[in-house]
Design a protein around this ligand. Sequence first.
Ligand SMILES: [Zn+2]
Ligand SMILES: [Zn+2]
Length: 232
Amino acid sequence: MNLLDILYPKHCALCDRVVTGREYPVCFSCRNELKPIDGPRCMRCSKPIENETEEFCLDCKRHHFSYDSGFAVFLYSGKLKDSVLRFKYAGRQEYSGFYGQMMNLFASGQVKRWNPDVLMPVPVHRAKLAKRGYNQAQVLAETLGKMWNIPVDGKTLKRKKNTRAQKELDPKERKRNLREAFVLEGKINYHTVILIDDIYTTGSTVDVLAGLLKTNGVKKVCFLTLCIGKGF
Ligand SMILES: [Zn+2]
Ligand SMILES: [Zn+2]
């Protein structure tokens, strides 16, 4: 163990145990458990689907989303779920290195096919930003942008108000609430945008942002997230 490891201990990106050497960024036991999504997936949002004769998941059948397509590497469950919560709320920005590696390994082909002009992180409200100190989606987007040499625009999309907890609202109110929450500040001139976030759940945020970008001239909007919730 060297001095830096003692002063700034590194953590396993999944279980948060202090690790060194070859156990970084993920310890050996966590490595064995880590499984990206495989098997049949929704053609639009990439959620795993049970019945492989189906093209789309139930969500995507029910709603017409404004985005074109999306991709996620892992299911939002188990250790990864705890990991993402620490990444978001407990200052573990360092996990982005590992997340980026995984997204590179499993999603770089898809990203090449999308051929984006820019990556845009899903914005958080500045009150949240002040509390957490960083926007986890921005951290992730910067990691990916550096890796893939794609510009990152984390300034133009803004979340202007803290939305009420979406859980309390019915779907219609939810959408309105969200639509009012985001604005585009300044002019953009992008053909293809990839929205970056840590997790995709119902898709409503990505959907609203895609709609906003498209009314401002963007032709294609995709999303890339580390994890995705299970289909409904
Ligand atoms: Zn671990
Ligand atoms: Zn879907």
